[in-house]
Design a protein around this ligand. Structure first.
Ligand SMILES: Cc1ncc(COP(=O)(O)O)c(C=O)c1O
Length: 376
């Protein structure tokens, strides 16, 4: 089955009980039991819920995994995954990781004894050199947020494999339509489903996906024990949003390529970060491990006054936190996605005060370009 068909029929295309084409919202906290000795498949919605199960199975099929787990946010998926580790364990993490993940790793999990080293994961030698005896996993984002840096996933898997480490990848920017890290040998794929998977800026959700029974059991244990689950209504909305993932990604990506080229030709734009541009240092690696550059790009403007003018002056795109919606969203990493990172850390990573991130929605690209052209 090809990806577009999987989106519609890969799992749970019809409700088995009624034939409904839309999976019902099982808006219940608990399930009545018939026997003291044998409980039914569902007993309590934190442990399992039919709407959540339909969504989890759909995401697992799309990602090429055996199991997916849905959480109440991308951060809940990330934090629940970090709970697989114990005090004293160490992770090697790509340096321009999402600011919220940086915050959880350093200020939350740091407190309970998890140690992390941030490295430029585009450099395999740096990745390897950061591994110490206590290292248990390599944690990556590719493309990374907000600088769209590319990590060679097969290379990282080779390095991790030599030492028996897990490879964890936040694949939010790509979705399984464009990148399937499990097929490349990675162990856990994370998503902020808030973004392209749901795609309509109306749900906050997250996923952890694996292709290994034991790992699945461990994540399921955390999901149930810690309890950061996604509610049935949000599962239903995400199931609905997911069906159009392919056409949304295709259209937004086509526009992103045009906008990246337009920005690159503008003298007031200092740099464009987009793996669809041949000038991107990770262009070849990205091409080899994905089927497209996606619909998020970042760019650096000439100075701060122009940056402010663009952020406050665009009329079609929302100046907002988040990405991956049908509406284009322009954001300011220094004060939004990476506000949780101290300014010295941001500066060290190249996240400057003139950096703008743009998530391309489904508006006509001519209109989006015209909106920028008024300002830049
Ligand atoms: C790459 C990436 N991972 C994780 C997250 C966190 O997801 P959520 O906001 O759904 O908690 C985000 C949010 O922007 C993100 O961009």
């Amino acid at each position: 089955m090809k990806f577009a068909t999987k989106l519609i029929h890969g799992s749970h295309s019809i409700d088995a009980a009624t034939g409904a084409l839309s999976i019902p919202v099982s808006q219940t906290s608990t399930f009545a039991q018939k026997s003291v000795d044998h409980f039914g498949k569902y007993d309590y919605s934190r442990s399992g819920n039919p709407t959540r199960e339909a969504l989890e199975e759909s995401v697992a099929v799309l990602e090429g995994g055996s199991h997916a787990y849905a959480f109440g946010s991308g951060m809940a998926a990330i934090s629940s995954t970090l709970m697989l580790f114990a005090p004293g364990d160490h992770l090697v993490v790509c340096e321009d990781v999402y600011g919220g993940a940086f915050r959880a790793m350093t200020r939350l999990f740091g407190q309970w004894g998890l140690n992390v080293s941030f490295v430029d994961a585009t450099d395999p030698a740096a990745l390897e050199a950061a591994i110490i005896p206590a290292t248990k996993a390599i944690y990556l984002e590719t493309p990374s947020n907000p600088l769209l840096k590319i990590t060679d996933l097969c290379g990282a898997v080779r390095i991790a494999g030599k030492r028996g480490l897990l490879t964890i990848v936040d694949s939010t920017f790509m979705t399984p339509y464009l990148q399937k890290p499990l097929e490349l040998g990675c162990d856990i794929v994370l998503h902020s489903g808030t973004k392209f998977l749901n795609g309509h800026s109306d749900v906050v959700c997250g996923f952890a996906v694996v292709n290994d029974e034991k790992l699945a059991q461990r994540i399921h244990f955390v999901q149930n024990a810690f309890g950061a689950i996604l509610g049935p209504q949000d599962c239903w909305l995400t199931l609905r949003g997911l069906k159009t993932l392919k056409i949304r990604m295709e259209e937004s990506q086509k526009s992103a390529i045009r906008i990246a080229e337009w920005l690159s030709a503008n003298p007031r734009v200092k740099r464009v970060f987009y793996p669809g541009l041949k000038s991107h240092p990770g262009y070849e690696i990205h091409r080899s491990q994905t089927s497209g550059p996606g619909a998020v790009l970042s760019f650096e403007l000439e100075d701060y006054p122009l940056t402010k003018k663009v952020l406050e002056g665009v009329t079609l795109s929302a100046f907002a936190v988040s990405l991956g919606g049908v509406e284009s969203i322009i954001s300011y990493p220094a004060k939004m996605s990476h506000a949780a990172m101290p300014s010295s850390e941001r500066a060290a990573r190249g996240i400057s005060d003139t950096l703008v991130r743009f998530s391309v929605g489904l508006e006509d690209p001519d209109d989006l370009i015209a909106d920028f052209a008024r300002l830049i």
